[in-house]
Design a protein around this ligand. Structure first.
Ligand code: ATP
Ligand code: MG
Length: 403
């Protein structure tokens, strides 16, 4: 492909109307503007759910990779620019055509004229440019209006024209934050970062919640979670709040309490209660986890029922029906996989009972919790002592900012 001089970006799901649509486009424009900050020579302007970026020498590949991280984007097209002059448009269209590999054998030209001051109609432009290309290519090309190898598209705007052909699909979804906020229970594993990414693509702003058992778990395990959050932060135009919950005390006390096969069930109930308290503090409307049906003892239907019992917020499990191979593929695509497989201890692997319950009984669990009268107080304390970090893509220091 010839080095593009411009990018035409299409915003939004076309089904959105009115106020929603404007709010949605505003959020996306913020993200695009944020992306373009690193490329000061490029100019950007928006017209009717399209954004025209003229690169002025800024790198296409890098910017296109950035666009793939903006959710809600329908598609984008690399393009050439031309003056509002038929001869110039013809030359640029021919150039664009000749830059295409493999060389097309058939083509068609279609034009759209937003600028009614341009002296030819869309149809005329199609003929005038198509005829020119045919003459220049002299027998090497034929017109095919139904299934051409290449469609050369011409978009006549107010100040310039654009020549393009392919539309590259965007990642889809909704702009981050347009559907509210949720707490993502983020371990250092493979699944939860992918669940976070999927939630963000659906328009949720996420805040991470990580339970650590320092000093039983290392600082490097915490750093890993920070690094994973940093990867997710690339999909926002802002930062992600990460809540670091000290879980050592609760875990140790539960472990000493002869809970046997129910240890994990009790631990996870406690994690959810704490996450729900943090959610209330942060006005979040849901809890997201990386659980996948049947993957481990705590992810069977009976376990999930007992673990989620008493939690009033919706618990979203985007990966519930996904196979591990699919999850791994996505983890690779969002570049979290290599971090996730670093071998640092997770708090959940510290005290694993020999055979964790796959079918816990809610009555037994509730009775047991009643006897563990230290729990509510310890959970409150854990919430109070939770450290809150702001994580951006390029932060240098780890614990640099607090609320
Ligand atoms: P992951 O790969 O995300 O760690 P997993 O398959 O290892 O998932 P579990 O360890 O049972 O499964 O955890 C299930 C879910 O519970 C995780 O996806 C995550 O949402 C949450 N979770 C587990 N451990 C922690 C933790 N230390 N801090 C926060 N959330 C956690
Ligand atoms: Mg895990």
């Amino acid at each position: 492909m010839q080095e593009p001089e411009a990018i035409i970006i299409r915003l939004g799901e076309l089904t959105l109307k009115g106020k929603n649509r404007r709010r949605f486009e505003k959020k996306m424009m913020e993200q695009i503007a944020n992306l373009m900050k690193a490329y000061p020579k490029a100019t950007t302007h928006e017209e009717y759910a399209r954004v025209y970026v003229v690169l002025n020498g800024e790198p296409y590949d890098e910017i296109a990779a950035g666009l793939n991280r903006v959710f809600g984007l329908t598609s984008y097209s690399p393009a050439l620019t031309a003056g509002l002059d038929l001869e110039d448009i013809r030359r640029r269209a021919l150039e664009w055509m000749r830059g295409k590999t493999p060389a097309p054998k058939t083509f068609k030209v279609s034009a759209k004229r937003a600028n009614k001051a341009f002296p030819h109609t869309s149809q005329e432009i199609g003929h005038l440019v198509g005829g020119y290309i045919l003459r220049q290519e002299d027998g090497k090309l034929a017109v095919d209006v139904h299934k051409p190898d290449m469609e050369v598209k011409i978009d006549i705007r107010q100040n310039e024209a654009f020549v393009f052909s392919d539309s590259i699909p965007g990642t889809g979804g909704y702009p981050v934050g347009s559907n509210g906020r949720a707490m993502l229970m983020l371990s250092g594993g493979i699944d939860s970062p992918v669940a976070g990414w999927q939630s963000m693509r659906r328009g949720l702003e996420i805040e991470g919640v990580h339970f650590h058992s320092y000093p039983y778990t290392s600082e490097r395990a915490q750093q890993k979670v920070i690094d994973l959050t940093r990867k997710l932060a690339r999909y926002t135009s802002d930062r992600i709040v990460l809540h670091m919950v000290p879980f050592t005390e609760i875990q140790t006390r539960l472990n000493q309490s002869r809970t046997d096969s129910l240890l994990i069930t009790l631990m996870r109930r406690s994690m959810f209660r704490i996450t729900e308290q943090l959610a209330a503090e942060r006005r979040a409307g849901a809890i997201v986890t990386g659980e996948s049906l049947g993957q481990v003892a705590s992810q069977t239907l009976p376990s999930m029922q007992v673990i989620g019992d008493g939690i009033r917020l919706p618990i979203l499990r985007p990966l519930i029906m996904s196979d591990k191979t699919e999850i791994i593929k996505q983890a690779e695509a969002i570049d979290t996989f290599n971090l996730s497989i670093l071998p640092y201890e997770d708090c959940c692997t510290l005290f694993v009972p020999k055979s964790p319950a796959t079918s816990p009984n809610l009555n037994v669990v509730e009775r047991m919790e009643k006897s563990l009268d230290f729990l509510p107080e310890l959970e409150r304390e854990a919430v109070e002592r939770t450290e809150k970090l702001f994580i951006r893509e390029h932060d240098e220091d780890k614990f640099d900012e607090y609320f």
